[in-house]
Design a protein around this ligand. Structure first.
Ligand code: ZN
Ligand code: ZN
Length: 355
């Protein structure tokens, strides 16, 4: 809450309205599925409904909690109108995280007293840099997914379906303490492995196929996100070369990471390697993304990203090549940005596995 309050001097508003649940969790500790947070220079107020009264008592610190009866938006609008006895109340809010309908309801409940000041990414900016406690949670989430993948390797065989493998991965991560997957687990085999974000299907794995497995675990609220690509059978020279190119691109990207460099630097490094192999046109997404309470956070490691990497940021490094009708290869790790380089969090083997 105190760190968020530092924004007041720059913003010149009376209230900061926080609507995005991961941001509310970050600021207050509240993990419920509905709530609205108002932060003033001296006060903080979390509005919840009666389903969460007991839970909030247990979880929330640093702000007052109020259970509202007639809707959170109406409650928040009324609370905003009470901030000042007369005149307008300036409210910073995030347009990316409030629908037009929600804003209309809010505005009506303030009786037209609010002056809305768009301010995206205030809490996200704080969230981008992880403290020691957050890093230890993220290390645990990364360990859980690395171990899950290693445990599942013996099951990656011809005949098993993509869905069965995805189910096995999600079951095992929960046995290791994860509250759930960070995103719908991706298992994509054969030509489908060229779909960068394929959903697992009832398709059985076959001999001589590439299999992309992209998986992540949420542990103590923090996400991990790791991809490995394996081959069923003996690889051809073409597959080996593609794999070598992606692994080399990933290493180059990791080597380009340290605090102070622009977020596009690792992406440039990865593309440079793939270009050398004549594969850069098959690399169709950015090199990585921030990771934390959500699986996609700032910063994005991609073209044109001038934001500087800072110590304590956690990002994924995940170059890939995708050849339509043939297959895809992606290798993804989570790393912490330090002043001297990138420190790996995920640890499953990266060399090409022929199963
Ligand atoms: Zn991933
Ligand atoms: Zn990712």
């Amino acid at each position: 809450v105190d760190r968020l309050r530092l924004c007041f001097s720059e913003l010149r508003v009376d209230v900061i309205l926080v609507t995005h649940l991961p941001n509310i969790f970050y600021v207050t500790g509240f993990s419920g599925s509905a709530g609205l947070l108002l932060v003033e220079p001296e006060n903080g107020l979390l509005l919840i409904d009666s389903r969460y009264t007991f839970q909030a008592r247990e979880e929330v610190s640093g702000v007052r909690v109020q259970t509202v009866k007639h809707g959170l938006l109406r409650g928040a609008g009324e609370a905003i109108s009470r901030v000042s006895r007369r005149g307008r109340v300036s409210v910073a809010y995030s347009p990316a995280q409030l629908t037009i309908a929600q804003k209309q309801t809010l505005d009506a409940a303030t009786g037209g007293r609010a002056r809305w000041v768009p301010a995206n990414g205030l809490v996200e900016k704080l969230r981008a840099i992880k403290d020691a406690d957050e890093l230890s949670r993220m290390r645990q989430a990364a360990d859980a997914i690395s171990k899950t993948f290693c445990d599942v390797i013996p099951m990656i065989r011809p005949g098993v379906t993509e869905l069965e493998l995805a189910a096995e991965i999600e079951y095992r991560m929960k046995r290791l303490g994860a509250s759930g997957p960070s995103f719908e687990t991706i298992v994509a085999s054969g030509a489908r492995s060229a779909w960068a974000h394929a959903r697992p299907t009832a398709k059985p794995l076959k001999k001589n196929e590439l299999v992309v497995l992209d998986q992540g675990a949420i542990l103590r609220a923090y996400c991990s996100d790791m991809t490995r690509t394996v081959f069923l059978g003996r690889t051809s020279e073409k597959v080996r070369r593609m794999y070598r190119a992606v692994l080399e691109a990933q290493e180059a990207a990791k080597n380009a990471i340290r605090s102070g460099v622009a977020a596009e630097a690792p992406d440039t490094a990865a593309r440079h390697v793939l270009k050398k192999y004549g594969l850069s046109r098959f690399f169709t997404h950015s090199t990585g993304h921030g990771l934390g309470l959500e699986v996609h956070e700032t910063p994005r490691l991609g073209k044109g990203e001038r934001t500087k990497l800072e110590e304590g940021m956690v990002v994924t490094v995940e170059p890939g090549v995708y050849v339509e009708g043939f297959g895809g290869i992606r290798i993804e790790d989570d790393v912490v940005v330090t002043s001297t380089g990138a420190q790996d969090l995920t640890s499953a083997p990266r060399e090409l596995l022929e199963l």
